[in-house]
Design a protein around this ligand. Structure first.
Ligand SMILES: [Zn+2]
Length: 366
């Protein structure tokens, strides 16, 4: 059956494949909303899952339904939220909201505000939902803590005031990272965060809590910088030091990428006479700066139906009219593309190489 599914999918035309995927995604959303509604009903009959040997709805979901812990948490939270606000089910079914969005927002919904907030949340990405939560319930900046974790590396949490953190802070970090911990079985206090994934959390409008782990060498650099910058940053705030370091690194990386700062105020750092002629295949630094700034450091490919690519990594300078066809290396003819779209457009113009698409096309060949 499964191998047959793959064979059937592989045999579809491009148009039918996209069509089928859209249909299946819609069915998945509807099935998910329906499951949430049924879990909401089961949640009101605890003796039902208890009679079948499950001590909680969470255990029923993970053990009887084989859902992952995260999937179970998301569905149970949505089930409880939709009992208070049934409109959530419709939003889940039509794709206006995801289970993750509901999980992030549910604590902030009230009978008075839910219509307005759900309308604002519709179709938003997770990051935008987090920004909305930060706006609804802004939290103060957390205290800086630099602490040694029980491994050969150190954990650095960035915020004001340099102090050694306490186990309480570690617990706080855990609960801040996931608001579904109340649904999991309690197994005692956690001595340190169970995950080493970096945490970037929107805590208030334009404020973020960042937490990650660094090595001994970086920790020593941080301590040396705190000492060297004691006059400018008296409290040695690691967050302020990292902010400064990020600004310097971004400046350096952008200079390497586009030959100079994309900030017009810093454009004087480019020496006159070093830019290449527009007849050259190479894109001059000045043109790169203009293109980078104009395209906002993001792939500028726009599909026939108006969707602009959101990729910001591995960007290349793409000749709109290919250099090989006389296209000049001017800002008007150069545009940012991610690797995939640079390659895609090259294939549209030049066709496949050796019967297949090339893995990469040099950016200047566009
Ligand atoms: Zn792209």
């Amino acid at each position: 059956m499964n191998t047959n599914m793959l064979a059937v999918a592989s045999s579809l035309s491009d148009h039918d494949l996209l069509d089928r995927i859209a249909t299946l995604a819609g069915k998945e959303r509807e099935a998910s909303a329906e499951l949430v509604a049924h879990l909401a009903a089961l949640d009101e009959r605890p003796s039902l899952y208890a009679a079948h040997g499950f001590g909680s709805l969470f255990n029923y979901c993970t053990e009887a339904l084989c859902l992952s812990e995260d999937a179970a948490c998301n569905r149970i939270i949505a089930a409880r939220a939709c009992r208070r606000f049934p409109v959530i089910l419709e939003l889940l079914a039509c794709g206006a909201m995801s289970l993750t969005s509901v999980r992030l927002l549910h604590r902030h919904l009230t009978p008075e505000n839910h219509q307005d907030i759900l309308a604002r949340a519709g179709g938003r990405s997770r990051r935008k939902i987090e920004a909305l939560v930060a706006e609804l319930a802004p939290r103060p900046d957390v205290a800086t803590s630099v602490r040694k974790v029980p491994t050969p590396v150190r954990t650095l949490a960035l915020d004001p005031v340099p102090v050694a953190a306490t186990p309480r802070a570690a617990e706080t970090a855990v609960s801040a990272a996931t608001d579904v911990s109340d649904l999991r079985p309690v197994v005692g206090p956690t001595p340190h965060p169970p995950t080493r994934r970096p945490i970037i959390e929107n805590t208030a409008p334009e404020r973020y809590r960042v937490q990650f782990t660094i090595g001994e060498e970086s920790h020593d650099r941080l301590r040396r910088l705190q000492a060297l910058l004691r006059r400018e940053i008296p409290d040695g705030d690691a967050g302020v030091i990292v902010e400064r370091a990020l600004a310097l690194l971004l400046e350096k990386v952008e200079r390497a990428k586009v030959g100079g700062s994309t900030n017009p105020q810093n454009a004087r750092s480019i020496r006159p006479g070093t830019d290449k002629s527009s007849s050259s295949r190479d894109v001059a630094r000045k043109e790169k700066r203009t293109v980078w700034s104009r395209d906002g450091g993001q792939c500028a490919f726009v599909s026939a139906d108006g969707h602009r690519c959101t990729e910001r990594a591995f960007l290349e300078f793409h000749h709109v009219q290919p250099y090989a066809l006389g296209g000049p290396a001017t800002a008007e003819n150069i545009s940012l593309r991610c690797r995939r779209h640079n390659q895609y457009e090259a294939v549209l113009v030049f066709g496949q190489v050796g019967g297949r698409a090339p893995d990469t096309y040099p950016s200047q060949d566009g």
